[in-house]
Each structure stands twice: as C-alpha cells, then as structure tokens.
Ligand binder design. Structure first.
Ligand SMILES: [Zn+2]
Length: 107
C-alpha cells in the first residue's frame, strides 16, 4: 500500500496528515461542504460535509473503515484556525498599532 511508502520517511498520524491537508489552498468550500483534492490522485476529490452536526467524508477510510479520516481532521483544523484567526485578529491589530515602528532584524 502507498501508506507504507510514506511511513518510511515519517510516520504520520491521521491528524498530522489532516494538518498538512488543511493548508492545501485547493480545498473548495461549497454550500454543502468541502471538496478536498486527493493527495495521491490529482483527479480524485473527497467531499467532507456535515451530517447531523457531524463531519463525514466519502473516502474509503471513513466509509469502509469507519475511521475519522485525515480529511475530516483537515476541515476541523481549518475551521478551528479560521475561528482563531477571526478572534485573534483584533488582538494582533492592537499589538501592531502599539509598536508601529518597523522592527529592525539587523539584516
Ligand atoms: Zn476522508
């Protein structure tokens, strides 16, 4: 299996993979859910959506093995980050206005 080839380099948990996928700029948010391009097959896309307030995915891992798959993790992480960004946004702005001088890194 492909999984084993990847794990020779680094053993990644589903959460790790989800984190990586969450950074993928090609995730498309639709009104029904999120379309996530497959990491291994560029022609394949997975669809993550809410069913009864629970994130579900249509990939093999989720459907057949009943695992919380990397795609679900990715969306969870992406959504969490989005919330954090909005919440933390104001704080960051205040900080930046306070020290408005450009930082000299000595380069
Ligand atoms: Zn999945």
């Amino acid at each position: 299996m492909k999984e084993e080839t990847i794990s020779q380099f680094k053993i990644l948990t589903r959460e790790d993979k989800g984190k990586r996928i969450s950074k993928n700029p090609n995730i498309v948010k639709t009104t029904k859910g999120w379309r996530i391009p497959s990491e291994t097959n560029p022609n394949k896309k997975y669809f993550v959506k809410f069913i009864k307030k629970k994130l579900t995915c249509d990939c093999y891992d989720y459907c057949n093995k009943k695992n919380k798959c990397k795609h679900v993790y990715a969306i969870e992480i992406a959504r969490y980050k989005a919330v954090k960004r909005v919440r933390g946004g104001k704080r960051k702005v205040t900080k930046e206005t306070r020290k408005s001088k450009p930082v000299d890194y000595g380069f």
